[in-house]
Design a protein around this ligand. Sequence first.
Ligand SMILES: C[S@@+](CC[C@H](N)C(=O)[O-])C[C@H]1O[C@@H](n2cnc3c(N)ncnc32)[C@H](O)[C@@H]1O
Length: 290
Amino acid sequence: MKFPHPDYDVDLSEEEFRLLRDFVHERFGLFFDGTQRSSLKSRLAPRLGLLGLLSFEDYYRYLRFAPDRAAEQQRMVSHLTNNETYFFREQPQLQVFASHVLPTLKERRAKADKRTLRLLSVGCSTGEEALTLAMILFDSGQFFWGWDVRVTGLDVDEAALEKAARGAYHQNSLRAVNPQQLERHFVSRTDGVRVKDSVRKLVSFRPGNLLDPGSYEGSTPVDVIFCRNVLIYFSDEAIQRAVMLFHDILTPGGYLFLGHAESLARVTSAFTPIRFQGAIVYQKPEKPQA
Ligand SMILES: C[S@@+](CC[C@H](N)C(=O)[O-])C[C@H]1O[C@@H](n2cnc3c(N)ncnc32)[C@H](O)[C@@H]1O
């Protein structure tokens, strides 16, 4: 059989759009509304071309029933996500993390004589957010002796995670990094910069769909979740699912940071919002609500 060219044009009918939209939404939470039909089509058309499929309906069947459907779903979603990220993104939130959340957690843990700290960057993309958290932990100077500290980065896009694992970055990722941070945490390479091993060793990356409880196995409970600039692409229903999962895996009194355009106001009252200048952090109550 002669495969069509990867850029070949094929129609996406209203019915096919609905099938694919609902599949993507149900499985990954990402929601494409009617105005994004041509965007969905142009992002997925290359997959049809490479698989030698002649219609989006065939592609839908492939995603559901082909023996390698899991791998194809993975490839598909990496065509649909936005991976934009950079180090030290959204300073006011990071300030709250450094000056309120870390000292509070440290004090709480010291009282309980339990020196562990678990942080999770959900939708970590190419790793800048998880590594930024590790840099802040490092700079706090508070969690060295006798502490077991781990930052995990989770993302559904394995191509992004491969970059994260390489730990090599370019100017675009460094736009909010100041000269002191650059000097302290990065080493120069001919082709950009690399994060120092002292920071990298605190961080691990793993593939996973944030809506799948199995994605968190072995790395729970967690004290702090950063899930920023991920849920803006989700439906309200999927945000609800995600946030309730986060609630389940957080320690009592644990914290959730969302992107500055994302809010739980209309989603759930299971968290207590704590307002700071320029930032909100959501806290899971220390005791279960009545
Ligand atoms: C715009 S990036 C945000 C990166 C980082 N959190 C930040 O704020 O700089 C969004 C990331 O969310 C990931 N993502 C989207 N849906 C996901 C899902 N269902 N499970 C895990 N990751 C997902 C995408 O692959 C993408 O890398």
